[in-house]
Design a protein around this ligand. Structure first.
Ligand code: MF3
Ligand code: CO
Length: 251
């Protein structure tokens, strides 16, 4: 069942989203050469706790960290590690979920570590644009396929590939709820979007082809050719008017 939220519930989602966004910004600020992803994870977790929230990814399906930090060819689900030290020229995806008062906010940003290549900048630009093309379609009366199609079209227009297997999702009291929100699909198809639905839209984009592997750590998802990948995500509410991004630092 797709959950429809009332005004009060949407306010709860907004508060959780705000916390997740602040935590993501904090991660981005600390994403500099020399820091480990374990340290970043701790900084984020300490912050989220200090605001009365917590990180629901910890222990989710056995995930060992509080949040996911994925570097360069790592697309998603990178495990925080003291051995993963950022260096100049890396791109780092920080996927941060915060739970606050029984509501979830989920967002991701990919950050440049120091100065990065033009190739990396362009991939980040297209992936972020694809997210906003998707958000633009998150309107009552549209269907999920309208979001998927908009993302896919923009990714392909840049010469990039939508990564296989992983998708966005409904979100609320749980991190993953209905509906599924794929990053490719047919306009006019899929579940109808209704006011009060909250969804996480999250384009995951590979430089050259859609294929991914999962490493032996059972989590880290990487491109098969070792090329760069990128991920941006917002939690968004469908309303009677414009889409409302829940994961903004200041509402
Ligand atoms: N934030 C991710 C998502 O968008 C989930 C992370 S996987 C976890 O679905 F195991 F770490 F929770
Ligand atoms: Co998500």
């Amino acid at each position: 069942m797709i959950q429809i939220k009332n005004k009060e519930e949407l306010k709860g989602m907004m508060k959780a989203g705000e916390l997740a966004a602040q935590a993501l910004a904090l991660a981005g600020k600390h994403a500099v050469p020399g820091i480990s992803t374990w340290e970043l994870d701790k900084i984020v977790d300490d912050f989220v706790r200090s605001k009365g929230g917590h990180s629901p990814c910890k222990g989710y399906g056995g995930f060992p960290g509080h949040n996911c930090f994925s570097i360069n060819e790592e697309l998603i689900h990178g495990i925080p590690s003291k051995r993963k030290i950022l260096k100049e020229g890396d791109i780092l995806s920080c996927d941060i979920v915060a739970e606050l008062n029984d509501y979830m906010g989920d967002n991701t940003g990919t950050f440049a570590v120091g100065e990065v290549s033009d190739e990396a900048k362009r991939l980040m630009q297209y992936t972020k644009e694809a997210l906003f093309k998707g958000i633009e379609q998150a309107r009552a009366g549209n269907r999920v396929g309208d979001i998927s199609h908009a993302i896919e079209t923009h990714v392909k227009s840049g010469g990039y590939a939508v990564a296989e297997k992983f998708i966005g999702h409904g979100i609320g009291h749980e991190m993953h709820e209905d509906p599924e929100v794929p990053n490719e699909g047919k306009a006019g198809h899929g579940p109808r979007l209704m006011p009060g639905m909250t969804i996480a839209i999250e384009p995951m984009v590979n430089s050259h082809n859609r294929k991914v592997n999962i490493l032996n750590d059972k989590w880290t998802v990487v491109t098969t050719d070792g090329s760069l990948s990128c991920h941006f995500e917002h939690t968004v509410a469908i309303t009677n008017g414009e889409p409302v991004i829940m994961t903004l630092e200041n509402h």
